[in-house]
Design a protein around this ligand. Structure first.
Ligand SMILES: Cc1cc2nc3c(=O)[nH]c(=O)nc-3n(C[C@H](O)[C@H](O)[C@H](O)COP(=O)(O)OP(=O)(O)OC[C@H]3O[C@@H](n4cnc5c(N)ncnc54)[C@H](O)[C@@H]3O)c2cc1C
Length: 493
């Protein structure tokens, strides 16, 4: 599955760095957060290296739907339900700062952005109250938004909140524009460089050690377990499709307030405008048939656009914090040597840039006034303990379920093409799958915190239900907190 944005030759590739070098700052992760952070730090005159395990944009940023919006589905009312009005306003200010900064960057560098209104709509009468609450939260937060009874969609809706003058873009064009400016200011970008650990001022990578005074982990979910962010985050995967649709495509960026969510936007391409449809999210590794999530979305689209022709389908994941606000700041309280940015709840286009502004402000001695609302360690962490425990009881159930599922299968024939299953080899669960005619067996135990992985038939990957680590059929790491592959020989763990 390749996203619309990644379905082209890379604009640029970046050779891997030789080990041994020292920098003022090392930024880990070449998504929007990491590239924007590296660019801002390099622009201040610091020496900076950006290390990316795969290619720039390979994970969430290259697989997003690319809405740069302050109206974020029902997210403002979710924050309002848990936090003070001043925290809600600070969250909006942070996102406004991120949006404004990125729009100015795009304008200054001739990067195409489409200005569109954003809508949160009710697709069922019972969701109308949810949308009304969102409008109230917008007003408390300071976001100009109105109620509309009618929207330009070919199915019944029951009212919507509209925020005008938001934006959408091609996230890979923006990412490569930022990377080019980071390099112009002297940042060194190194792809295919996976960080495996940090000790003192040494950053260990699979290519050797580098050194830095400070490290920013912009890795989606933090890769180091110090701080136990994994226990305060839930990895949520969802799906996106692009269609050619004869006739007119609705303009505006739409998100339903209902579940399963439906996300819509248009996307200009050289071959004409496409309709993007997204939704059907679920926690990573806990869905037995991910392929059916894609089929359902296709069927839903064809109900309302019967002649729609599918051009691309893809999926991606992002991390939601237990109390709805992101975590941006030190990995451990009291030390700014390692900083993290995570928990954007699928709103990382604005939050990722806000995080970059907050972290560089912190490192350079000019923290924005709104930054405390996004702090990684804040007094409300205590208030969030109950939800943390609830989230972790789901993790416990997923852990037990994975080991029990492994009991159900005995080693047998090679699974049919595109499928995989977990079974036992002696006492250890192992994972066997067949992809492109090759049958491979690897350990089924996630090296992060020992969950038993589950087959993801949509992506042909092994996904861990505990904290969202994902692995290719051969066991190599795709994303998530794991830094090591699934073992090829089961007795290695
Ligand atoms: C389906 C979907 C649709 C979305 N749509 C929107 C939207 O319309 N608007 C919006 O605002 N947000 C949206 N989001 C959220 C947004 O895409 C993300 O929040 C954002 O891209 C996160 O950026 P990031 O840089 O933090 O992470 P990523 O883009 O995931 O970048 C992290 C990088 O770190 C690298 N990395 C990880 N571990 C290591 C390591 N050990 N060593 C080196 N590198 C490492 C990864 O390879 C990756 O490239 C969406 C998310 C999903 C899942």
């Amino acid at each position: 599955m390749t996203s619309l944005w990644l379905d082209r030759s890379p604009v640029r590739t970046y050779p891997s760095l030789a080990p041994g070098l020292r920098f003022d700052h090392i930024v880990v992760g070449g998504g929007l957060t990491g590239v924007a952070t590296a660019m801002l730090l390099a622009r201040s005159g610091a020496s900076v290296a950006l290390l990316e395990a795969r290619d720039l944009g390979a994970v969430a940023t290259g697989n997003t739907t690319g809405k740069l919006s302050l109206l974020q589905g029902t997210h403002l009312s979710e924050i309002a339900a848990r936090h003070s009005d001043s925290s809600l306003r600070a969250y909006l200010e942070a996102n406004r700062a991120g949006q404004r900064w990125l729009l100015e960057f795009c304008a200054d560098h001739d990067i195409d952005v489409q200005r569109e209104a954003a809508f949160t709509y009710a697709a069922a009468p019972e969701s109308r109250a949810v949308v009304e609450r969102e409008l109230a939260a917008c007003r408390t937060a300071g976001l100009e938004a109105d109620w509309v009874d009618e929207v330009e969609l070919p199915f019944p809706t029951y009212g919507a909140v509209r925020a005008g003058d938001q934006a959408q873009f091609d996230p890979m064009t923006v990412l490569h524009g930022l990377a080019a400016q980071a390099q112009r200011h002297g940042a060194v970008i190194s792809e295919n460089t996976r960080v495996t650990g940090i000790s003192g001022d040494t950053v260990h990578t699979d290519l050797g050690d580098l050194h830095a005074d400070s490290v920013v982990l912009a890795t989606g979910t933090p890769i180091l377990d110090r701080g136990a962010f994994f226990a305060r985050l839930e990895a949520q995967r969802s799906y996106a499709l692009a269609f050619e649709v004869p006739g007119s495509i609705p303009h505006g960026m739409y998100l339903s307030a209902d579940s399963p969510t439906r996300s819509l936007r248009s996307a200009p391409t050289s071959a004409g405008e496409l309709l993007l449809v997204g939704g059907n999210g679920h926690p990573v590794g806990r869905e037995p048939e991910t392929g059916s999530k894609v089929d359902e979305l296709i069927e839903w689209t064809r109900t309302y656009w019967p002649t729609a022709q599918l051009t691309h389908s893809w999926s991606a994941q992002d991390y939601s914090s237990i109390d709805a606000l992101p975590y941006v700041g030190p990995l451990l309280p009291g030390s700014d040597r390692i900083l993290v940015a995570t928990g954007y709840a699928k709103w990382g286009m604005t939050n990722g840039v806000a995080a970059a502004l907050a972290l560089t402000g912190r490192l350079l001695g000019a923290t924005p006034a709104w930054a405390p609302a996004l702090e990684a360690w804040r007094p409300r962490e205590l208030a969030g303990l109950v939800s943390a425990l609830a989230a972790n009881s789901k993790v416990g159930l997923a852990l037990a379920g994975g080991w029990a599922r492994a009991e159900l299968h005995t080693t047998g024939d090679a699974p049919p093409e595109g499928t995989g299953y977990v079974h036992r080899d002696g006492v250890r669960p192992v994972a066997t799958c067949t992809v492109d005619g090759d049958t491979s067996t690897v350990s089924a135990i996630c090296p992060h915190l020992y969950g038993v992985v589950r087959w993801n038939d949509a992506e042909k990957s092994w996904d861990c239900p505990l904290h969202g680590s994902r692995f290719a059929a051969d066991g190599s790491v795709l994303e998530g907190p794991a830094t090591r592959p699934l073992a090829s020989r089961v007795f290695e763990y």
